[in-house]
Ligand binder design. Structure first.
Ligand SMILES: [Zn+2]
Length: 64
């Protein structure tokens, strides 16, 4: 599930939540409890294939 960053317009708290897409707009503020927390950035926690390209050339060890 993606992680979103929220900003509460009521108390100004900023927090992150890992929610599903259906609940992305229904996050309550942990500080004041308002449900009007606005989603700031859709920060998807996905780090795939960003540097692991040429590190698989393993030398065949063990000569029988
Ligand atoms: Zn708040």
């Amino acid at each position: 599930m993606p992680m979103y960053e929220y900003h509460c317009p009521r108390c100004g708290a900023r927090f992150e939540r890992i929610v599903s897409f259906t609940q992305a707009d229904q996050v309550d503020c942990p500080e004041c409890g308002t449900v009007k927390a606005q989603r700031k950035v859709s920060k998807v926690a996905l780090r795939t294939a960003e540097g692991s390209s040429s590190a698989t050339a393993c030398a065949p060890s063990g000569g029988a």
